[in-house]
Write a protein that binds this ligand. Structure first.
Ligand SMILES: N[C@@H](CCC(=O)N[C@@H](CS)C(=O)NCC(=O)O)C(=O)O
Length: 239
């Protein structure tokens, strides 16, 4: 059986990592049986979660995991979407994972001290106190380096959230009143989108990004619908 390595569940959402939510949602959309192994990134083959283990293969990175699962167990996206739709879905996936994700990272790790404490407790709360503070501080420093290297960390908060709001507008306008982003059936793009959106709309990290996303009723309803359909054991509690 596929083993999914991810952070422990918290905040009443599937995972505090949008990429972990993405993979678990993908597995559920495609009805692939799996079991969860709680882990921290230290244990991951490339130092990041999620990763999966399947028949002795360890596969890192949610994009490579989805490719692997599609190759091995079938690609429902290909059956559902035209080449043009697949191209659009890929572009949105990249918007979510390579841009909006970084806005979320800033909100969690480097926006307010309150958010940082909430984030710290959720990720490192299970570690013994002395180790916890040390590992948390080191990881926070590492993320600082990453956001500066990426470039987004060189902008003012107002500018960063302004860019994030553009992504939210695009998603809300693209979703419109469709049940799923690409139409009537869920695809891997919904796994990716729900991962980021539930980590924006459904978790206790406060920011102008969250406030703005909450004004988009179709996105909020979509996110709640995805959770109800694919994680019925987790009733919506936040926002
Ligand atoms: N591109 C990777 C990103 C995975 C990723 O950034 N995971 C984060 C959690 S959301 C992580 O494990 N970070 C740990 C670290 O950088 O130390 C994917 O798609 O899986």
């Amino acid at each position: 059986m596929i083993k999914l390595y991810q952070f422990a569940r918290t905040w009443g959402i599937p995972n505090l990592s949008s990429f972990c939510v993405k993979i678990e949602t993908y597995l559920r959309i495609n009805k692939l049986p799996y079991e969860i192994e709680e882990a921290l990134p230290l244990k991951a083959p490339r130092g990041k979660l999620p990763f999966i283990e399947d028949e002795g293969n360890k596969i890192p990175d949610s994009r490579l995991i989805v490719n692997y699962l599609k190759d091995k167990y079938g690609d429902s996206d290909k059956k559902l979407l035209s080449l043009e739709q697949q191209a659009i879905a890929k572009a949105y996936e990249r918007l979510l994972e390579e841009h909006l994700y970084w806005v979320a990272i800033v909100s969690r790790w480097h926006y307010t001290d309150e958010n940082w404490q909430t984030n710290k407790q959720a990720i490192f709360g299970g570690l013994p106190p002395v180790v916890r503070d040390l590992v948390a501080a080191m990881t926070r420093r590492k993320f600082k380096g990453q956001i500066i290297g990426h470039g987004i960390g060189r902008l003012m908060h107002e500018e960063i959230f302004g860019l994030g709001k553009e992504d939210i507008d695009s998603l809300a306008n693209f979703l419109g009143d469709k049940p799923y982003l690409m139409g009537d059936k869920p695809t891997s793009l919904d796994a990716s989108a729900y991962g980021i959106l539930v980590n924006t709309l459904g978790c206790p990290i406060e920011s102008p990004l969250k406030d703005y996303a909450l004004t988009k009723k179709n996105l909020l309803d979509y996110c709640k619908r995805m959770q109800m359909e694919f994680f019925p054991e987790l009733p919506w509690v936040a926002s």
